[in-house]
Write a protein that binds this ligand. Sequence first.
Ligand code: F6R
Length: 367
Amino acid sequence: EKGGYEHFMLKEIFEQPKSIHDTLRGRLLVDEGIIKMAGIWDHLERLNKAERIVIIACGTSWHAGLIGEYLIEEFARIPVEVEYASEFRYRNPIITNKDVVIAISQSGETADTMAAIKLAKEKGAFVYGICNVVDSSISRFTDGGSYTHAGPEIGVASTKAFTSQLTILSLIALKLGKHNGNLSNVEFMRLITELDALPKKVEEVLATTHDLVKEIAKDFVGAQNFLYLGRGYNFPAALEGALKLKEISYIHAEGYPAAEMKHGPIALIDENMPIVIIAPKQGHYDKVVSNVQEIKARKGKIIALVNKGDVQVSNMADYVIEFPETSECFSPIIASVPLQLLAYYIAVYRGANVDQPRNLAKSVTVE
Ligand code: F6R
């Protein structure tokens, strides 16, 4: 059932060209120039009239929510806040019937997320669900929603569900923006064409980085800490990269927006600190270059994720992983793949139980 792979996690990492394609299938109709989503269409007015969208989720789904914030604010120009479900539910949040709450959950069973949805509904919000498991509790309890259709995810560490969540959030943001007039037709067409190319690019990044990342991982089996840095859309991707590493390899890792380094974490950097930097060409590249210079000056071990043909960051890096270029807003979908592989191989070399990490469960049904 693992289809020849050693672990479900590796199988699911490799399924991503297909799972992203499945998320897009029947929804993204590039030739007709439309995004067809019944869940959004049925509630379009409610969603586009929202005074505010509040995204609630836990863990990896919360990271997807952070990228959702960037997407929806950029393309639909609706104010968005992202909150951990466990915090939202206990702090008497200000929610009214003019708000829309988007709940993101792979399993659709997470106790804190469910409780946060109940609270939001009581306060009159319209609640939209993004779930992977069909007919799960959250998908049944929400007022509307979209399934990610990534297929069953068995590995405890979320991989393909995450990239499908990013894909569905991209579709939602672009559809809202198109209908509320914030996104021009030309821009909409350019972006959906990029979106359509993602399954192929994810296939390419798997093919071109797998062996290399597997080699790089060997050098970090004994690492005790890791930093993950990114800016813009890739700041949440850095958080997610760090979470993947800590949950399956048990190495302490933290993600930061690259510019936050100088406000504290830079004190941690010496020749023993591995630092993963996500630095695509599109997305504050020059700013990231100067962040990398600061790290280089302090002798940190730099593992750089860059686009093909990159020179500046690559010249300063100890390890270079190239990935195909896309619009900044979609780059976390591609950049996350080598980060998943890096976490996976470091964990495998450490002899960890990758599919069943200690202390973790696939679906967290207790708060
Ligand atoms: C990380 C991971 C967890 C889940 C979190 C939320 O790899 O799997 O952090 O993302 O428990 O789960 P769902 O999305 O099922 O609500």
